[in-house]
Ligand binder design. Sequence first.
Ligand code: APR
Length: 314
Amino acid sequence: MKRAKISVIGAGNVGASCAVWAASKELGDVVLLDIPQAADKTKGKALDLAQCGPVERFDANIVGTSDYTETANSDVVVITAGLPRKPGMSRDDLVQTNVKIVGSVAEEVARHSPDAVLVVVSNPLDAMVYTAWKKSGFPPQRVVGQAGCLDIARYRTFIAMEVGCSVEDISALLMGGHGDDMVPLPRYTSISGIPVTQFIPAERLNEIIGRAKMGGGELVKLMGTSAYYAPASGSIQMVEAIVKDKRRILPCAAYCDKEYGVGGYYVGVPTMLGRNGVERVIEVELDAGERDLFDSSVEHVKELVTLAEGFLNG
Ligand code: APR
């Protein structure tokens, strides 16, 4: 069987970590690409990772490059290129710089891998995934943003810490924009099918939700740059669903037009992810309070996209 080809654009903290997860899970061959000024470093990271193969027991060709021809005909391309957040910066502060980077990357990727599924990770995510869609010219189902997988992983981690149980048994759903803007849905959170409220009182759960929302900022403060292990792990969870055509139901930034009445934007919603990208957006029932939170999150996404479009067209 032919191995999947996974390209990761941006070989920085998140990109290199994506390559590590993808290789160690033996999802396919991996191409790491960064700017020409970083060509040697990128080659070095790829070689270093390839040398983990004998110990970690994976077979994969791992290439580091600054040449897009090496990414040709990828099945999946993960876009992590762009600046990370520094302390005191919001994700929105990154718009101007990252819109130009992600826009040019998406054009190159589309030229070399016209049939790929794009997984966008660069922030501010909801605007960057929109930018990648516009610039790639791909159908919206083949461009998807990583946000919810990370936000949910943070939320599940904090719940497991609170209850003292396995992270594996926590199942949760959240929607809306990435991070600070996310819309938690505690009534869709359970531990092995048991509603989470039977383990954690509502007030304490709200505090945990607050921490998950600000989870990115907590790490920026601690590390002086934005997180990378968990963002990469969330991204590779999506890549795995795509290359193995698992049709997993994962929260992703997906294009919604009629869905949830969004009207043509990328927002965090439950999706079914498979070989074709977003196979389906799943519409769950929202009560009035959840709907209000979702609508205001979508408003923020629209503002960000307007800002991004200004820089894209300017
Ligand atoms: N093409 C390819 N790579 C690029 C380009 C470009 N046009 N511009 C910048 N890069 C590369 C940088 O050279 C750098 O190696 O993107 C990489 C970004 O890596 P880091 O600075 O380590 O940032 P990282 O922490 O990986 O975050 C990347 O992911 O989670 C988001 O908010 C985060 O937007 C940020 C992105």
